[in-house]
Design a protein around this ligand. Structure first.
Ligand code: UD1
Ligand code: MG
Length: 462
């Protein structure tokens, strides 16, 4: 049985009070629409049609997925009108699953159950019972003499009678329908209602009139079907999503100092006995080895952290597209910054206010205070002194610095790249080194110290 998915994403989202199309607002670092597409990807559809309208160029340029196509709805005359635009793309012999682009937390299993409830010959609605159903389309049922309850219609809040407004079972915005029947029903829609719109929800009454059974399926949790219409709802959904991720980490054995103060905007993989203090943010793909400890207020993005690494508070690690790798047993921070292409071996120490970019540090290398290592290759056991830097940029191009094993760079040195420092060399404190420094020797470039006996400090006149 062919399965097509239609995602409605043409609405303006006026209540977001934003220039950005609503479905592009991010939740956990990904757009609302990207979440819906990700879930749709778990339903094994033959094609996914996204209906765009408001901000269509931007929406179409931003999201991608396999078997995805876009159709435009201009102007936006309602949800039924939105699905009408997708009709030419849909397989007559299959089932169509219709989703809202602003409902990011629905699980794929819920959608698969909805498609199964349709079974190719019924209209299946995803419904939920809410304490406060204000604003939602109500599920109107009738009960037969034998006590069987069947769905008769969906009535929009603005069109509902006072009695219908007391109904607490609501339509969530997701339905699955036999495509050929759906097309027939869509062709019959009109806009004679309180909002003057073509309501998708009117197809329910057409199904009933045609004698097609209407069934209702429910999500595992009501929160799965919450939509985003305002910044407040977006923030609420973000916290729900983050709490779920924190719970999954706790269940996997990760120690979180406070599950309410963790944000995972991507994927976080943790080994055994990992401990994470409060207010940490993980973005992109982050992997933490066994027994890793992360201090408070750290931000890690696209990074691989080895076993037994300790990351002290206020450390910022951003691998961007190149990634960052930290080797086993390293100590990082507090207040350290690892940038793209930082590759640290085992037992490396990076201390406070040290920045490392596009550099490889071999096992046991240390830069403990106030230093910059950019475009450098640093050998084993090198000690890079406080206040020392690699001057990698000449104003036009970046150049490399090569530091051999067991080099000791004193404090406040400038290594002007391109340059190499031979193994075992010592660079005297305060040196600016622009030429190759030989292995095993002391290289100092600062002026010799002189003391002038009898020298008098100038005095102010008068
Ligand atoms: C809709 C349902 C309502 C349900 C609720 C669940 C209809 C008529 N009503 O109401 O029964 O309880 O969702 O959240 O369907 N959209 C378009 N083009 C349009 C209008 C909307 O693409 O012309 C898109 C929006 O971008 C959004 C979705 O359709 O993703 C739902 O639209 P919205 O205006 O939020 O519908 P509701 O009034 O919430
Ligand atoms: Mg809505």
């Amino acid at each position: 049985m062919a399965l097509d998915i239609v995602i409605m994403a043409a609405g303006k989202g006026t209540r977001m009070k934003s220039d950005r199309p609503k479905v592009l607002h991010p939740l956990a670092g990904r757009s609302l629409l990207a979440h819906v597409l990700h879930t749709a990807g778990g339903v094994n559809a033959d094609r996914i049609v996204v209906v765009t309208g408001h901000g269509a160029d931007q929406v179409e340029a931003t999201v991608s997925a396999p078997r995805l196509q876009f159709v435009r709805q201009m102007p936006q005359l309602g949800t039924g009108h939105a699905v009408q635009q997708a009709v030419p793309q849909l397989h007559d012999e299959g089932v169509t699953l219709i989703l809202n682009g602003d409902t990011p937390l629905t699980e794929a299993a819920t959608l698969r159950a909805l498609v199964a409830a349709c079974g190719g010959d019924k209209l299946a609605l995803l419904t939920v019972t809410l304490g406060d159903a204000t604003g939602y389309g109500r599920i109107v049922r009738s009960t037969s003499e034998t006590g069987v309850s069947t769905v008769q219609a969906i009535v929009e809040h603005k069109d509902a009678t006072p009695a219908q407004r007391l109904i607490t079972e609501v339509y969530t915005g997701a339905m699955a329908a036999p495509t050929a029947l759906l097309k027939r029903w869509l062709a019959r829609l009109d806009n004679h209602n309180a909002q003057g719109e073509y309501y998708l929800t009117d197809v329910v009454a057409f199904a009933v009139a045609d004698g097609v059974p209407v069934t209702a399926a429910q999500p595992r949790r009501a929160s799965e079907v919450l939509g985003v219409n305002s910044p407040r709802q977006l923030a609420e959904l973000e916290r729900l999503y983050q709490r779920d991720q924190a719970d999954a980490l706790l269940d996997a054995g990760v120690r979180l100092a406070d599950p309410a103060r963790l944000d995972v905007r991507g994927s976080l993989h943790c080994g055994v006995d990992v401990a994470i203090d409060v207010n940490c943010v993980f973005e992109g793909a982050v992997s933490l080895g066994d027994r890793v400890q992360i201090g408070a207020n750290c931000v890690l993005r696209n990074a691989t952290i080895g076993d037994d690494v300790v990351i002290h508070p206020f450390t910022h690690i951003d691998g961007d597209t190149l990634g960052v790798t930290v080797g086993r047993g390293s100590l990082i921070g507090p207040y350290a910054r690892l940038r793209p292409g930082a590759v640290l071996g085992a037992e490396v120490h990076i201390g406070n206010f040290v920045e490392v970019k596009n550099s490889t540090l071999a096992d046991g290398a240390k830069a403990n205070h106030l230093a910059y290592l950019g475009d450098a290759t640093v050998g084993e056991r090198v000690n890079f002194g406080a206040g020392s830097i690699t001057a990698n940029y000449d104003g036009a191009r970046k150049h490399r610095t090569d530091i051999g094993a067991d080099v000791h760079v004193g404090s406040n040195c400038v290594l002007v790249a391109p340059i190499s420092i031979g193994a075992g060399a010592t660079i005297g404190a305060g040196s600016t080194v622009g030429k190759q420094a030989p292995a095993g020797q002391l290289t100092v470039t600062r002026a010799r110290q002189v003391s002038l006996p009898g020298w008098k400090r100038p005095v102010k006149p008068g």
